[in-house]
Design a binder for this molecule. Sequence first.
Ligand SMILES: *Cc1c(COP(=O)(O)O)cnc(C)c1O
Length: 346
Amino acid sequence: MKPLKELTRPNIWNLAPYSSARDEYSGHEAHVFLDANESPYNAPMNRYPDPLQRELKEEIATVKGIPADYTFLGNGSDEAIDLLYRCFCRPGIDNVVAIEPTYGMYRVCADVNDVEYRPVLLDDHYQMQADRLLAACDDNTKLVWICSPNNPTGNDIDREQVLRVIKAFQGLVVVDEAYSDFSRQRPLRFELPQHPNLVVLNTMSKAWASAAIRLGMAFAAPAIINIFNKVKYPYNINLLTQQQAMQTLKARFDIDAWVQLILQERAQMMGAFRQLPICREVFPSDANFFLARVTDAQAIYDYLVQQGIIVRNRNRVKLCQECLRITVGTRAENTELLSALRKFAE
Ligand SMILES: *Cc1c(COP(=O)(O)O)cnc(C)c1O
């Protein structure tokens, strides 16, 4: 890995962060707060929330097994994705490399930040070859994006290939583990201490059933986390989100049960889907969705919309011609989809 100073945009490396009122007194006990021009009424909503979300990070550390100083919290993973560009990629100069197809936000944020995006096609089994990714990198490549289990393909990316990229690449490797709770593979986040250039993304939006509260995580070495903290908005996680996330994390055994239910349903549903006349192929899944190739993705998508059932049409995505991405829902929802598809007349 190159020194972090060399990877970071010079303006960010030299940035003096905004110092919020709540940052400055820290370490002392206080009970009269006349420093932030807040109202004294309407507690607890009158007060600015903890800018570094210390209590919530401690709870996340317990649940995720990652120390709090390795943790950044954002307004969804999307905030962490955007921050990676803003901290490390010089607009118009630097580039990033990513597997293709994958999650669309990596490219959108590259475009927003005027950073060149270099997609590297997966193979026919939606697997990645480390050598092909590394060959697309040059001296101005700051980030490599890998998503595992990958969206929209649903499969784990081969761990050995991922590790080869992490070890050989001189910049930061971002591995998005939004769906790792549904995979049997051991999450890569546990190997963070061995890899100073690894950033792992997690989210409350999928297994944790909390997409509405907008809470995403980036786990990385404290030196990287400190850069994110310098650049983020001071109060990027509001109090309601922090409180709600605490409650959900404490109910983690309910969440485990939901994940188990979804995994059972996934097996059932993929089996039933394979039997449908419209089905050409169901691809293996390590996530809470699966990708399926069908006879006519657009026609079937339109038909389902008519029935009030929405799936994701991935027909236009590379390597996903005639493919639909289907989220595993409740038993009732899955049954409704399957019976609608049985009635589909070509
Ligand atoms: C859904 C998803 C996310 C979650 O994004 P949030 O902003 O946290 O809701 C992140 N990465 C991938 C690959 C996803 O599919």
